[in-house]
Design a protein. Sequence first.
Length: 120
Amino acid sequence: MKVLIIEDDVSIRDVYKEEFVSQSFEVETAKDGQEGLEKMKSLLPNIVLLDLSMPHVTGFDVLKAVKQDPLLAKIPVFVLTNLYPDVADLVNNYGATDVFVKVNLTPGDLVEKVKAHFAK
């Protein structure tokens, strides 16, 4: 299963990547929204983990672009944030599959959420 992690904080990105790799996921990363969109188009991952607060192309920009592209719109996007608590807005208006507050979730918890999503 291919996971794309779009996160500008290198330490957070690396911790998430390490946890998913340890659970036998194939993982790609992107350091910003622009790179993330390019990798989504080329890799067509099974799921995307997306930070909202990034310079230049934000997570909001990525969500808008994904929603407008029929091929990408089918890819589940889990938003990871500490700054934007309006889950309903992200799901209903931006097309996020689910939203998680980073400080409330360990990397292991996140892996379990992804597994649970695909178990349904």
